[in-house]
Design a protein around this ligand. Structure first.
Ligand code: IPD
Length: 285
């Protein structure tokens, strides 16, 4: 993470960003050490929507530490929401946390797992921190100050033509036949438009960070959550990319759907091409 130039010592959220970085690294180390150990696995909204004791442990660690430091702040966190907490983004400083993004990968020892911590004030995303636990890569984005992977400044790709694009997506939790049909037909449409390839890596937030790094040209998904998306959205925007709704309109963080791309041209193309898979909103649950 590079020191701030634009906002400098006057940055009101500097202490928060530093706390997020420290916690993401600490949690990431714990997750990495547990990757090859036995896990107790449960399911949430579907048989493919997994949760482990590690998700709860790491979420408690992050949330309790931040609550102590910043008692007036609000929290939206994956496992608290699964347990019934309301997912409300108000104007208050709000932390948006996914303790283990890529839980299914974690369960299978597939080494693509991240901690994701986003922070919003007045409903505007201020910074995002994503830590790739096994490769020990720290992605950060601070509004107005750029995005970094460790100390390297990130820049999205400038590809505008779908026939030169590598696209990332994720499956989401639903597995009913109608959902799978649309999911596969969306991939078919993009491959039919001669995209170079479509990849599914099992962590929405890390896929979005690959996009921010210029290692892919676009990402789209239905069925992800605000905690998968919040931190990476700042990172992508600060790397010069676009993050929009699947309709082609502005991003709605609570809508459980997204298109992100290095260029507006690719984002618009995908918005016109793909069909919607319906998920309920995060703030409706
Ligand atoms: C999930 C992963 C997965 C994506 C889901 C996410 P989790 O997050 O990122 O790849 O398909 O939509 O919710 O449950 O591992 O934190």
């Amino acid at each position: 993470m590079k020191p701030s130039k634009a906002v400098g010592a006057a940055d009101p959220w500097k202490e928060c960003l530093e706390a997020a970085v420290e916690l993401a690294r600490k949690a990431g180390k714990i997750i990495k050490n547990a990757l090859t150990e036995e896990k107790k696995v449960s399911t949430k909204t579907s048989a493919a929507d997994l949760v482990t004791e590690m998700d709860h442990f790491v979420e408690n660690l992050i949330v309790s530490t931040l609550k102590e430091k910043f008692p007036s702040h609000k929290f939206i966190a994956e496992e608290a929401t699964a347990a019934g907490s309301k997912c409300i983004l108000s104007d208050s400083p709000t932390w948006i946390i996914d303790p283990v993004d890529g839980t299914c990968n974690f369960v299978h020892r597939f080494p693509t797992v991240a901690v994701s911590i986003g922070f919003a004030v007045n409903k505007e995303l201020e910074f995002g921190v994503v830590y790739h636990c096994t490769e020990e890569r720290l992605y950060t984005g601070r509004r107005g100050q750029g995005a970094y992977c460790n100390d390297k400044r990130l820049q999205v790709s400038k590809v505008t033509d779908i026939s030169k694009a590598l696209i990332l997506t994720e499956i989401g939790p639903k597995r009913d036949p109608d959902t799978l049909k649309v999911f596969l037909s969306n991939i078919e449409r993009l491959l039919g438009a001669q995209a170079h390839g479509v990849r599914v890596i099992g962590s929405a937030t890390l896929a979005l960070c690959h996009l921010a790094s210029g290692a892919a040209d676009a990402y789209y998904q239905f069925g992800l959550h605000c905690w998968d998306l919040a931190a990476a959205t700042v990172i992508i925007r600060e790397a010069g990319g676009v993050v929009i709704d699947t309709s082609g309109g502005p991003l709605d963080l609570m809508s459980c759907r997204v298109i992100a791309a290095g260029t507006q041209e690719i984002a618009t193309f995908i918005a016109q091409e793909i069909q919607t898979i319906h998920y309920s909103r995060d703030d409706e649950n």
